[in-house]
Design a protein around this ligand. Structure first.
Ligand code: NVA
Length: 327
């Protein structure tokens, strides 16, 4: 069994084949949520949240428990990560207590440091730059409703410069999708991320397009996505952002320009009347509650995958063989 530690820090840490495998695993775990316990022991998963959370904390806690593990909540402020002691020293200590570390924080570079020193897999539970666990849940949800991912057109409206924009560029193209951003100039994904998405697209057939016109971005799209205009940490820019992004609000009029069977995603929390009309969020094309549930199944799948890849748990087939039953 390979003992190289694998982390999930950004969406392109999974190859196209691995992403597809993790999504298959998520669907299987959703169908039989209590039958697979790769974290039995229980193995401890340290979870740290430096920004507000509802879906992430609850879905990781429930999912880790369902995998047979123990979700240990570490108070980042109490620990003083990077203040009272360095990220590297925190990583060295937590890596001796836990089998996996899940961290929501600000700068991606801190997460990279945690992964460099922990000696165990580290999972990005949202940074300023990426939100890869959300994307696994989004892709799982789209697959459930559309039966496929490759070749579909996704239109993401609003603040494409945020974590969700970067993650959509990487994960969507990895899945072979055509990702259109409808966003004002200056609010597009990171240059390095766009270049990386282009490179991935050469192998998968996926692509990224930048539109400044919301209407052209959503035309005939299969999937419509938006996110808050005011990401966590940007609260003092709220007024200016509302002015810049208001033409990109996902209204019923814009939805009617997409395919008639288009589905609507939003990672939540949502602000009705701002980035999305209440009629759209609460309407028949919205799949946001499936999407929220799928955080748990998708995160269980990535935890199980990383645990196997890193030699923390036996591959599922071996578990079945060793114990004569699916544990
Ligand atoms: N872009 C949002 C995502 C929330 C899940 C934020 O960072 O606040």
């Amino acid at each position: 069994m390979s003992s190289a530690v694998r982390s999930f820090l950004r969406d392109d840490d999974l190859s196209p084949a691995e992403q597809s495998h993790v999504l298959d695993r998520a669907a299987a775990l959703k169908a039989a949520p209590y039958d697979h316990k790769p974290l039995a022991g229980p193995r401890t998963v340290a979870t740290i949240y430096d920004k507000p959370t509802l879906r992430t904390q609850s879905s990781f806690a429930a999912g880790i428990a369902e995998l047979g593990g123990f979700p240990m909540l570490v108070d980042g402020a109490l620990a003083g990560i990077g203040v009272r002691e360095s990220v590297a020293d925190v990583a060295r200590v937590l890596g001796r207590q836990a089998g996996v570390i899940v961290w929501r924080t600000f700068a991606q570079v801190k997460l990279d440091q945690m992964a460099a020193y922990a000696g165990v897999p580290v999972v990005n539970a949202l940074t300023d730059e990426f939100h890869p666990c959300q994307l696994l849940a989004d892709l799982l949800t789209i697959r459930e409703h559309k039966g496929t991912l490759a070749g579909l057109t996704v239109a993401f409206l609003g603040d494409a410069a945020c974590n969700m924009g970067n993650s959509w560029a990487l994960a969507g193209v990895t899945a072979g999708m055509h990702v259109r951003f409808g966003a004002p100039e200056g609010y597009v994904p990171d240059t390095e991320v766009l270049a990386r998405a282009d490179e991935i697209g050469k192998a998968t057939g996926g692509s990224v397009e930048l539109h400044t016109d919301a209407s052209s971005a959503v035309a005939d799209a299969d999937v419509l996505v938006t996110d808050t205009w005011v990401s966590m940490g940007k609260e003092d820019e709220a007024a200016a952002r509302t002015a810049v992004f208001s033409p990109y609000s996902l209204t019923t009029a814009l939805v009617s320009r997409a395919k008639p069977d288009a589905i609507v995603l939003h990672c939540l929390p949502a602000y009705r009347g701002k980035e999305i009309d209440a009629e759209v969020l609460d309407g028949p094309q919205s799949v946001v509650w499936d999407e929220a549930e799928n955080r748990r199944h998708a995160q269980k799948a990535i935890l199980a995958f990383l645990a196997e890849q890193s030699g923390i748990s036996a591959p599922s087939a071996e578990l079945v063989e060793a114990h004569g039953t699916s544990r």
